[in-house]
Design a protein around this ligand. Structure first.
Ligand code: C2E
Ligand code: MG
Ligand code: MG
Ligand code: MG
Length: 293
């Protein structure tokens, strides 16, 4: 029998559904509070040139630690933020925070590297993404080349006039477009000719198996060759072993990201990567350790 015991208790017919639904409601509730309080952190994962091991950029990754629920992975809360529409406000906060961070690094006299921001399909579709990005670039006196935007192929699956216009406006503004998790979407790669794509990021699933699986190795080789033929950069995601790095180097991949090189870290540690580069006369030493958290 379904019954509500009180204002804050939720009861459903099946106990299983009950647990799952109330878990999700709780998470949604906590997320709503966190968004209102801006209780998030942006972590920065460095990207390196595979050949010279020079820092080539950062990817901005959201972190959320709820006082009651503990650390919650973006893989869990981003879908909820998307579903509830909270992603607009949260995504806007990330954009502003990254721009403010780039300005702080510039203020201490460090030559910065571009920071890539993940953008949800909903952010592109709704709201005033382009105007906001433009506004933050102006406010923090940044060049558009300092920001990159990562979108997944799903955005391009349905090339609606709205999406097309937004992507063209982004390119016009001078912000580079990266295709995230490349190879995992179900869309036709037709979009590669329709839009100005600056970079593809080969999904971690291909990289993790490329040393043991001939098919994955062939696919990675083909993706790299295709990117090069089209004049795009190519990033390999989720590099965890030296063998993967060596094979990617052999296949001509430019840039790599993964725990082998560095984990996502807070802004203070990210600054040290920039400072080290500024001093470096030799390639940066691999930072395989460095716990995230
Ligand atoms: P993504 O954009 O594909 O980000 C890369 C993910 O791979 C990150 O997970 C990163 O920590 C992880 N990673 C990097 N190197 C390695 C490695 O060597 N091994 C393994 N196992 N993992 C590695 P994270 O930070 O948990 O983020 C998960 C996803 O959540 C992201 O995947 C992205 O889709 C989404 N996300 C994170 N931050 C944001 C954000 O600010 N906005 C939006 N819309 N989505 C975000
Ligand atoms: Mg990404
Ligand atoms: Mg990715
Ligand atoms: Mg991925």
């Amino acid at each position: 029998r379904a019954k509500a015991d009180g204002r804050n208790t939720y009861r459903f017919f099946s106990p299983d559904l009950d647990t799952k639904a109330s878990e999700r409601l709780l998470l949604e509730h906590r997320l709503r509070l966190a968004v209102a309080e801006r209780a998030f952190q942006v972590y920065y994962q460095p990207l390196f040139t595979i050949e010279g091991m020079q820092i080539a950029g950062f990817e901005a990754l959201l972190r959320w630690t709820d006082p009651e629920l503990g650390a919650i992975s973006p893989a869990r809360f981003i879908p909820i933020a998307e579903h509830t529409g909270l992603i607009e406000e949260l995504g806007d906060w990330v954009m502003r925070e990254v721009c403010a961070q780039l300005a702080r690094w510039a203020a201490v006299g460090l030559k910065t590297v571009p920071v890539a921001i993940n953008i949800s399909p909903l952010q592109l579709l709704r709201g005033s993404l382009i105007e906001r990005l433009e506004g933050y670039l102006q406010q923090f006196q940044l060049a558009p080349s300092q920001l990159h935007v990562e979108i997944t192929e799903s955005v391009l699956m349905d090339i609606s006039p709205i999406n097309s216009a937004r992507l063209e406006a982004l390119a016009e503004l001078g912000i580079a477009l990266h295709i995230d998790d490349f190879g995992t979407g179900y869309s036709s790669i037709n979009y590669l000719r329709r839009f100005k794509i600056d970079c593809i990021k080969i999904d971690r699933s291909f990289v993790s198996d490329m040393c043991t699986c001939d098919e994955d190795r062939a696919l990675v080789a083909a993706m790299i060759a295709m990117a090069k033929a089209l004049g795009m950069h190519v990033v390999a995601e989720g590099i965890e072993t030296q063998a993967q790095r060596d094979l990617l180097h052999e296949l001509g991949c430019d840039i790599g990201q993964g725990y082998l090189f560095a984990r996502p870290c807070g802004a203070a540690e990210a600054l040290r990567f920039l400072a080290r580069r500024a001093e470096a006369t030799e390639p940066v030493v691999l930072a395989a350790e460095g716990a995230e958290g």
